[in-house]
Structure formats: C-alpha cells, structure tokens
Design a protein around this ligand. Structure first.
Ligand code: C2E
Ligand code: CA
Ligand code: CA
Length: 708
C-alpha cells in the first residue's frame, strides 16, 4: 500500500501512458486470432484488423480494411450470416457483450469454425459507433466436440437400446443409472421408475438376501464379478434368474466411485437347465426319480442315518407279472400299469421316503428314520396289498403282485452298492418263495449267493479242465423186462472234490449261457458211447440226452445234432432228445416248429417231466414226439395219493391214442412197478431197476443182458 506513491514518483505519467500503449500494441499483434474494429453497417466494414487476420482468414488485413478486397460480411459463411447479424443486433440493443460461434470461408476456400467475442461501442448519444472484439479459430475444438458428441451419442444409443440391462450403483445399494432394458427386465415402465422404487438393492432385489453381500464381497476380492447368477424379484413380486457381470470403478487414487455392470435375464436358460436336470434324473413315464438319482438319494439317507444314529431300509421291488402283461397286452397297457403302480407305491410310503424307478418293472424304495426292520413291516404289507388290488386299464382288470427284497443300513451294508445288491438278492429270494411277498436280506442268503458265485466261477473252467462225466440210467421195457435204452445224465467232478449233482449247476449253466457248450459236450459224448455200444453188441441201445430250454432255443441246435451224428457215425434213431415241458411256455408255435426240424433229422423226441409244466394237452397232438416221460412226482407218491393213479391212467390212454409211448420216471418200488405195468405203461426208469451208473458199470450191465 505504501509502495505505490514511491513508484508514481519514479515514473512520469507520460512515459507510463506511452509504455502502456506500446504494450497493448505488442499484445494485439501477437495474440492468436483477429482483433478487430468494424463499423455497424451492412458489410461489417473493418476499420482496424490485427496482424492475426492473415492467419485466421488467409487475407491480409489491408484486404479487409475498408473492404478493399473483400468485406467481412462476405467472408462469413453464408448460412451463418443472418444468425451472426441477429446476435450482434441483439447485443447492440441491450448494450451487452456477445459471443458467437459460426463459420467463415477462408481465402483458400476452406471453411473453418470461429468464435467471436465482442461488444458494441457507443458514442455519447448512445448511438452505436462500432463493434470491436476478437475472432479466434476454434475448428479443432469444434471437431473434438463433434466427435465427442458423436461418441457420446453412440454410447448413449448402446446404453438406451441394449438388450442387456446396464447399471451403475453405489456400494451401499443405490442405483446411479440404469438403462431402459434393465427397467424392463425388472418390470418397471422406465429407468426413472426403477430408480425411484428400487432404492435399496440390498433389501429389495435379491430373493436370497445374502446374495448382495456375496456380490459386494466378490467385487471387493477381485474388482469384478462374472456370470454372477441370482434369483431376483421383479416389480410385481415374481422372480427371474439373472446373470451379472460387474466391476468396481475407482478414481485415480483407487477410491471406489461406483459399481457398473450388465445384467442378463437367464430365466429361460435356467428353467431349461432345471428341465434338463429333471429329465436326466427322473423317469419320463412315471415322473419318479430314476436310477441316476438313486445313488445320491441313497447317500443322503445313509448320511442322515449315520448322523441320527438310526437305520434306513432299501426295498427292492419287482412286479411279478409285468413282463407277461406287457408282452401280451402291448406296451401301452404296460405303461399304464407302471404308472398306476408307481402312484400306488408313492401313496404307501411317507412324504420323506423316496420311490425310484430304476428301469422296467423294478423300483427301489428308500425308507429313512427307522429303528429296526419291524418298523417297515407294515408299510411292506401295505405295498403288497395295494399293488395286488385289481388294476383297471381300458375296461379290463389286471392282477399284479410284487416281490420285495429288503436290506438295512448299517446292518446289511455300508454303501449304496452293497445295500442295493443285498436288497436285490433278497428280492430274488422273494421270487423264489412264490412271489407276492417280501424277504429280508440275511447272512444265510448271502452265503448261498456267495456259493453260487463261486460255482459259476468254477463252472466256467470245468469244460476246459474236463471235469464232466456222464452217468447212464437204463430204461426198461415193461413187456420184455429188458433194457431198451438209457438216459445220459451229467455229473460234475471238480478236481479233488466230490461229485456235484446237476440240480446244483444246470440252472447256473442255463443262466450264464454255459449250457450251450456243456450241452454240446454231452451230446457228443453220449453219441460216442451209443455208437460204441452198438458196435460192441451189434444191437441199438438208444441213448436219451437232456436238452435244456436255452439249448433248445439255439438256432444252431439242429445243425449241431446233425454234425455230431455225422461225426460219430451214430444212426439218428439211436439218439433221443428229451425236452422238458416247461420249455414250451413262452412260444408254443415256435416250439413245435423246432421239434419238426429236429424230427426231420431222424432223431427221437421225448417230452420230459410231463405233467409239471403248464400242460395244455390240446397241444400234444401237434407235437411230433415219440415219448412222454411222466414226471417222477406222480410216480413217487403213487402209494399215498390215489388221484395220481387216475392221472397216470389217463395219460397212458391219451398218449396211446396219439400213438406215443409212455415212460414212467422215478420208479422205486415194486408197487409202483406193478401198477404201471398194469395200466400198460410202456417203459420205466428208476432206482427200482437201476440208479444212473458210471460208464463202465453201465457197459457191464448191457453186456450181461446180451450174454444171457
Ligand atoms: P431229469 O431229466 O428228470 O432226470 C432224471 C432225474 O431223476 C436224474 O437226476 C435221476 O438221477 C433221477 N432219478 C432217476 N431214477 C430215480 C428214482 O427212482 N428216484 C429218484 N428220486 N430220482 C431218480 P439227476 O441225474 O440228478 O438229474 C437231475 C436233472 O438235471 C435232470 O432231470 C435233468 O433235468 C438235468 N440234467 C441231467 N443231466 C443233464 C444234461 O446232460 N443236460 C441237461 N440239460 N440237463 C441235465
Ligand atoms: Ca430227462
Ligand atoms: Ca424228468
């Protein structure tokens, strides 16, 4: 404050004013742009223009002053002229400064953008004298603005028109910005409405309230989240599945500004996934969980039982007559039946128990939270009763029963595989016990099964190890009392072990298919023996060979028989094939066809175990057979059961009327022998005359007959 008078005293006013003028001149000449003073006339006639004129307009300032070459009006881009004039007029009227942006055409013809700032100058009467100001080139800025505008426009368009929802939100759960797509997705009519109503994301959006915290946590951990899937509420309270991709936006110092991200409605994909998952884990026909689901559910039950220190049961259930009905009545009826049965099963157990259809007519029921096997007895009885009630389909009543096998956790196994296997074998036991019942897995059952597995294993090597032998049981002609043939009966003698009877292994051989090879071996060896005896005695001793059901159904059987006859040189009529009556159950016409084919080979045919199968005597006349072998069950009980007397008599009469011979099996006593002889039965076989004999004993017996 007190330095000013000092300066004043040093510099004279004159030189100060001169210096100031000089400074202004330097400034005017050096400043970017055109500093001007124009008349307020039709041409904007310049009376002063700074050196910058050349750079800005391309004209020398002399060209413009007093419009010597061109007026500023003419330089002004035509389309903008009126606008410029209007704005300046307006400023003049108000006596104010103005600022206008417009275009001019330079001397070289190029159009550039300029910004003009100026003000009117008035005389003492308030009349406008001139306009003075500065005009600067703003083309570059204009271009940048333009491209920014374009870019902004493009982004806005993306934002506005995107199909994906886009948002910016604060960490605390407030939307800063959302696009129309997000509003639509969440069921609001506009972004404004959404932001107005949904003002607390944490509380209002996610169905699972913890989800927002997880979202924030995920962003915090890695600055972004990807494919973050959640179930969210729409405005109307319904829900949709969304997938979010979002990131944290921070300032340069790394402080969080906001989150921004995109949202996709994945409801349809989700429901498709759910549907796929459902299809993969459920049975399409019954809607019950399927085999894929069984293991999971079973593990859950096991874990539950372990945790609560109680038991759980696995019930393996098989419908007894399903196959028959399905095959004979068609699959549509079969499906209907399965559907009804699955509903009945579900109705018999508690809500928490699981009924699984594991395929065909097999179901598994998982029963949790029990203390002992007794706890489930009543539900098993309920199931048996419910299943066996008549089942009406298309106006017909079907009767179906089921067999159930049960295993318990932890008593009968620690894991799903063992529990299921044991329940299955118990079910097998239930079938054997006559069906329509349930069996509980026992250790004895397990041992029987283990033995079976062992036998099967050994049986596979028996042929190779030559462990089979044939015994021969003579058949005797009642009329002559002489041996008229023999039946070959297989025996299995594993090395160093006792002989194993066929009853113990034929069934296994049947089930495993081993019977085909074994049967072929029997045929070959029996034929060799018959040929040998024929050669040695000079008479034919026909040998009967048992043909099992599976063997009989082999398409190659006639071919095999033919080859063996050729190979051994045995006349066909010396071979008799015994086929059990039960073989024909499945398909009688096919059965008869095969018999005819075999018959054309010249071999003899016999129906074995006659009376035990489901005999439809009407078929008998169509069978091209030579003999009926009455099952020993009828003969053995002859003394005690007089009805058998009548049956035997009838069978003999019937057989004779069809020109077939009758053989009685299992003749053990004189009484039986006498009776059969009295009703003119043709032949007999049994301990009364001889047990099945080893080869050389049998030979000796034959030779004795021929010597005597
Ligand atoms: P099957 O064909 O009914 O054979 C007759 C069975 O009755 C034989 O039992 C025989 O030893 C027995 N038997 C004979 N006379 C009497 C008797 O007076 N009283 C009693 N209680 N039984 C008598 P085996 O040899 O144990 O054979 C049992 C079954 O095994 C046979 O029944 C047959 O179905 C089957 N089998 C035997 N050998 C073969 C074979 O080579 N192939 C096939 N596929 N099955 C065979
Ligand atoms: Ca037989
Ligand atoms: Ca028999």
């Amino acid at each position: 404050m007190n330095s000013l008078p000092k300066i004043k005293s040093l510099i004279s006013i004159d030189s100060f004013l001169h210096d100031r003028q000089h400074m202004l001149d330097v400034l005017v000449e050096n400043i970017d742009g055109l500093i001007y003073c124009t008349l307020y006339d039709d041409y904007w006639t310049m009376i002063f223009a700074s050196v910058g004129c050349k750079e800005l307009t391309g004209y020398n300032r002399e060209d413009l002053i007093f419009n010597q070459l061109i007026s500023y009006e003419e330089i002004t881009f035509e389309a903008d002229r009126q606008m410029v004039r209007d704005k300046i007029n307006h400023a003049v009227e108000l006596g104010e400064r103005f600022e206008i942006e417009y275009r001019i055409r330079r001397a070289d013809g190029v159009v550039i953008w300029v910004s003009e700032r100026g003000n009117p100058i008035f005389d003492e009467h308030g009349e406008v004298q001139a306009i003075e100001g500065i005009i600067q080139n703003i083309t570059t800025r204009k271009h940048i603005e333009q491209s920014l505008r374009e870019a902004e426009g493009r982004y806005r368009s993306i934002f506005e028109n995107a199909i994906e929802g886009i948002f910016q939100s604060t960490r605390s759960g407030l939307y800063l910005m959302v696009n129309p797509a997000l509003a639509r997705m969440y069921g609001y009519s506009s972004p404004q409405e959404l932001m107005g109503v949904l003002n607390n994301i944490n509380e209002q959006l996610y169905v699972d309230k913890a989800r927002r915290a997880e979202f924030v946590q995920a962003i915090e951990n890695s600055h972004n989240v990807q494919n973050f899937e959640s179930l969210v509420y729409k405005k109307d309270g319904s829900t949709i599945w969304i997938s979010e991709n979002a990131r944290a936006v921070t300032d340069e110092a790394g402080n969080l500004l906001y989150y921004e991200g995109t949202v996709e409605d994945i409801t349809s994909r989700k429901s498709y996934e759910v549907q796929l998952e459902y299809q993969a884990t459920h049975d399409t026909l019954t809607g019950l969980p399927n085999r894929c689901m069984l293991n999971d559910r079973l593990l859950q039950c096991i874990n539950f039982a372990t945790r609560y220190k109680n038991k759980m049961a696995v019930a393996f259930l098989d419908l007894d007559q399903f196959k028959l009905i399905n095959d004979s009545m068609g699959h549509e009826v079969g499906d209907q039946l399965l559907l009804i049965m699955s509903q009945r099963l579900s109705a018999c157990v508690r809500e928490v128990d699981t009924v699984v259809r594991i395929g065909g007519d097999e179901f598994v029921i998982l029963i949790s939270n029990i203390d002992s096997i007794h706890d489930i007895m009543s539900s098993m009885k309920r199931i048996l009763e419910s299943v066996s009630e008549p089942c009406e389909i298309h106006g017909l009543n079907y009767l179906v029963t089921c067999s159930i096998g049960i295993s318990l956790y932890p008593d009968d196994g620690a894991d799903p595989t063992v529990l299921l296997k044991n329940a299955d074998s118990a079910m097998y036991e239930a079938k054997k016990a006559g069906r329509n019942n349930y069996q509980v897995y026992t250790q004895a059952l397990n041992e029987a099964l283990a033995e079976r597995v062992m036998l099967e294993y050994k049986l596979r090597q028996a042929l190779e190890n030559e462990e089979f032998i044939l015994h021969y049981q003579p058949k005797v002609d009642f009329s002559t009392g002489l041996i008229c043939g023999a039946e070959a009966l297989i025996r299995w003698q594993p090395q160093g072990e006792a002989i194993i009877e066929p009853m113990r292994f034929i069934e296994i051989a049947e089930e495993t298919g081993l019977i085909e090879k074994i049967g072929e071996w029997v045929l070959l060896n029996a034929c060799k023996k018959a040929k040998l005896l024929k050669d040695k005695t000079g008479t034919s001793i026909p040998i009967a060979v048992n043909v099992s059901a599976r063997q009989f159904k082999q398409a190659r059987l006639p071919h095999i028989v033919k080859n063996i006859l050729a190979e051994t040189g045995l006349p066909a009529e010396c071979l008799e094939l015994e086929i059990t009556e039960s073989t024909l159950i499945d398909d009688a016409p096919k059965f008869i066809d095969t018999l005819h084919v075999l018959k054309t080979l010249g071999v003899k045919l016999a129906i074995d175990d006659f009376g035990t199968g489901y005999s439809n005597l009407a078929y008998l006349k169509d069978f091209p057979i030579d003999r009926l072998k009455i099952d020993k069950a009828f003969v053995m009980n002859l003394e005690n059961d007089p009805t058998n007397l009548a049956i035997l008599k009838a069978v003999v009469v019937l057989a004779h009327s069809l020109d077939k011979k009758v053989v009685a099996e299992g003749v053990e006593t004189q009484y039986q022998h006498d009776f059969l002889k009295s009703i003119v039965c043709d032949e007999m076989q049994g301990h009364f005359f001889s047990r099945p004999l080893p080869e050389h004993e049998f030979e000796t017996l034959i030779f004795k007959q021929f010597q005597s």
